[in-house]
Design a protein around this ligand. Structure first.
Ligand code: HAM
Length: 426
């Protein structure tokens, strides 16, 4: 078919973004750093499908949430199954736990894209990347501390210093219903002052009003009762131990009685990490909490659990805003220039890589000048040059490309090459 002249080239769909070199090097660092931290704390990698039964999310996350009510990428497949692209990972991890029944406590981490049909803007995408951890099978408050502290250490490792931690407790099945009724009664008296959306959906979930960023809801709920003042003994003790643990781990958590989060599965501890340099619309770089009732709600045995996720697009924005974006993963070390036919480049590049160096080469049999230009542009510290003279003498010319000493050259025998390259790169 001839190309349709009226249609321009394709572009990435609205609300998605390509992450390409060199920007992707920052992502690589963020992913590798997260995997290392998670491993050190004994979390194993969990890979779950990108799509699941729609019901997993509607039941797990809650029909009254924006994520389920407005933002799901749901569809029927060719077999008529109702499926949805995952809007987050927690429900999928719980589904996998219920399906496979691993030994508890089960500690897993993950990284990958999630999908929400939101209005695209800076830091808010329809496909975005999350990293996170989940622990299933323990109610110990020390795990709340472990999860929050791991997230905190992660942000520090990425060079983010202006991050605040907001902390709340949403109680449990024994103290939440009474609090919820009290809050509902309080807000019913002020229903006409709420924003239209929350006025209409008040009975479905009165806690949502506390999370609403709009002025009318803010004003009407200024003196609303707070869950932390209505916790049962068990929840109160749990919350006190979490706060003590965070104090001794030197994680500066600030109480925030409005922090109810946008997903309905939370119980007890909830938390959010806020990058202070970003606009309020996208300053939540990560969040999480306990979800002690979710496993049972999804058909498993009673199993307390906690986890956290962070959004990589927002981490990148925060890194840029805090001026930490310049430092990237290790760059290229050696660039091979071959003007003697290319056989030496082929063998040498492989040998260098096997010896652990970051190495690349020029292709297409270009001129010496053009290959040296590529070597300069590549950011490599050292060029290894092979021409007919070098082949004849069994040597390689090492040329420094670093600012100090750029252009200095020495000849090295093939047998000593790897050792010499190692020394030159010190
Ligand atoms: P969440 O707060 O919905 O929690 O998302 C976690 C993070 O994902 C947010 O703090 C934000 O950085 C990022 N994020 C969310 N939506 C978008 C978007 N549209 N564009 C860019 N970034 C976004 C959860 O997803 C829970 N599963 C966290 C959790 C784990 N709770 C327990 N375990």
């Amino acid at each position: 078919m001839p190309p349709d002249p009226s249609s321009g080239p394709f572009r990435a769909p609205s609300g998605t973004k390509d992450v390409l070199p060199p920007e992707s090097a920052h992502w690589e660092k963020a992913l590798v750093t997260f995997a290392q931290l998670a491993h050190r704390a004994n979390y194993g990698l969990a890979l779950t499908p990108l799509f699941e039964d729609l019901g997993l999310f509607t039941r797990g996350i809650g029909e009254s949430t924006d994520v389920v009510g407005k933002e799901m990428y749901d569809f029927a497949d060719k077999g008529g199954r109702r499926l949805a692209l995952r809007p987050e990972f927690t429900a999928s991890v719980v589904r996998a736990y219920v399906q496979h029944r691993p030994v508890a406590p089960w500690k897993v981490y993950y990284a990958g894209p999630a999908f929400r049909y939101e209005r695209p803007q800076a830091g808010r995408y329809r496909q975005f990347y999350q990293v996170g951890i989940e622990v299933l099978g323990s109610a110990d408050a020390d795990l709340d501390v472990e999860v929050i502290a791991l997230a905190w250490d992660y942000f520090r490792a990425l060079g983010l210093n202006h991050v605040s931690v907001r902390l709340n407790s949403l109680g449990d099945a024994s103290c939440r219903p009474a609090y919820r009724s009290g809050l509902l009664a309080y807000l019913m008296d002020r229903r006409d002052q709420l924003c239209p959306e929350h006025s209409e959906r008040l009975e479905a979930n009165p806690l949502r009003v506390l999370d609403c960023k709009k002025e009318p809801c803010r004003k009407a709920s200024v003196d609303a009762p707070a869950q932390v003042d209505h916790l049962c003994d068990e929840c109160s003790k749990h919350f006190a131990r979490v706060r003590d643990g965070l104090d001794s781990a030197q994680v500066p958590a600030e109480p925030d009685t409005r922090l109810v989060r946008g997903l309905d599965y939370y119980t007890r501890t909830t938390f959010e990490f806020v990058a202070e340099d970003l606009d309020v619309a996208q300053n939540a770089i990560g969040g999480g909490g306990r979800y002690d009732e979710l496993v049972q709600a999804l058909g498993g045995p009673p199993t307390p659990a906690i986890g956290f996720s962070a959004g990589l697009e927002r981490l990148m924005l925060a890194r840029r805003a805090q001026g930490t974006a310049a430092e990237v993963v290790e760059g290229l070390e050696v660039f091979v220039v071959d003007v003697a036919g290319g056989d030496a480049a082929r063998a040498l590049t492989r040998q260098l890589r096997q010896a652990g160096f970051h190495a690349d080469r020029a292709f297409d049999g270009r001129s010496l000048k053009s290959q040296l230009k590529s070597a300069d542009r590549s950011g490599a510290k050292l060029a290894l040059i092979i021409g007919p003279d070098e082949i004849e003498a069994g040597v390689v010319t090492l040329r420094s490309l670093r600012h100090a000493g750029a252009g200095q050259q020495i000849s090295v025998g093939r047998a000593d090459l790897i050792e010499r390259v190692r020394k030159e790169l010190l």
